[in-house]
Design a protein around this ligand. Sequence first.
Ligand SMILES: [Zn+2]
Length: 408
Amino acid sequence: MSSKCGHTYSTTTDASDTICERDPWRGHDECIWHADDGGKPFDELKRERKDDPEKLDGAILRDVNSGSVNNSQARLLRKGETPKEGFKVGTSPIDFSNCSLKNATFENSRIMSTIFDGADLSGATFKNSDLHSSFFNDANLSDVKFNNSSFDSSEFEGACLNFASLCKSHFHRVDFEDASLTGLSVDRSHIARSNFKNCSLDGARISDVTAYEVNIESTIAVGMEISDSDFKRSSIEGLSGERIEIRDSNFIGSTFIGNTFDISELSRVDFTGADVSNSIFFESSMDDIDFSSASLHNAEFKKTKLNDIQLSNRTEFGEKCIFEKNADTAIEEDSFVNLALMRIPPIYMAFSGESHKEISKLEDSAYVYGEYQRILQENALFEEAREYRIREKESWRKLAILRSEFVK
Ligand SMILES: [Zn+2]
């Protein structure tokens, strides 16, 4: 048996720090962290954990059980406060704040309310484990594999989970605010009631996921893919990106406001009863989409192919589409155009470069009203279709006036 653990850290630029110098643990060659053995006692692990951040790369925690941990104690510890005497319900948590735990393994373990704030867990694996109510704020979790594990009510604020994968795992009511989730893959998992505010979901792949009542806010998602997932009653606002793909998923009863999808593809998506107002779909394709009872006020579908769109008589487009509203505003602000519309000869006015803006907006609005009529007629909503026939004619009328004035 050697006198030191001797575990070789796989990657390091610091040559003086490539081998673990801890004492061997209980008849093993390696220390308590690196011994490849299950059932390490939780209290012993906690004692061995120094107060300062440690290098624990490649640590193995298998079949470790913390018993019940007092989450309030964990919260106090994180603030650097010592829990008062009398905090007797449950034990104190293990604190890995700012430790390096690269490629660590957590397997068949139940270690609740664990503190990983600021820790580097890149490449780590969590398998068949329960770490609910844990703290991963500002931690590096890139390339981490979460497999069949639970992190319910945990915090991942400001954490980096780039290219991490969540498989058959539970992340109920988890806070991911300000997290970087580039290339994240979420498969057959539960993320309901979780918060994704100011995140990056570029290249994320979300499939077979239960995500009811999630909050997604001010988040970018270039190239994100969502399939076979349930986003019922969610709040999704300010989600933007191009080449987004959403298939076989539902946003029933969700607010889906002010999102921007460019060159994106949506197919077999159910927006029944959703509020999709002020969302923009540009140069996209929407196929087999259910907008029954949905609100589409100020929604834009510019250069977007709308195929097999289901509407009900409770689907609302609003009286005027966004393009006509914009044209009206521009016309109001542009005295030249305003006068032209009032048929006052523009004798004293120089040509204004702004004048084409209103024309293109009115062309867009006429086109959009044409599309509204087509999809309303496809849904046998002839009366509603007639309203937009009137609006389309009105757009053409305004256009004709503008054009005739400008050519003079
Ligand atoms: Zn060691």
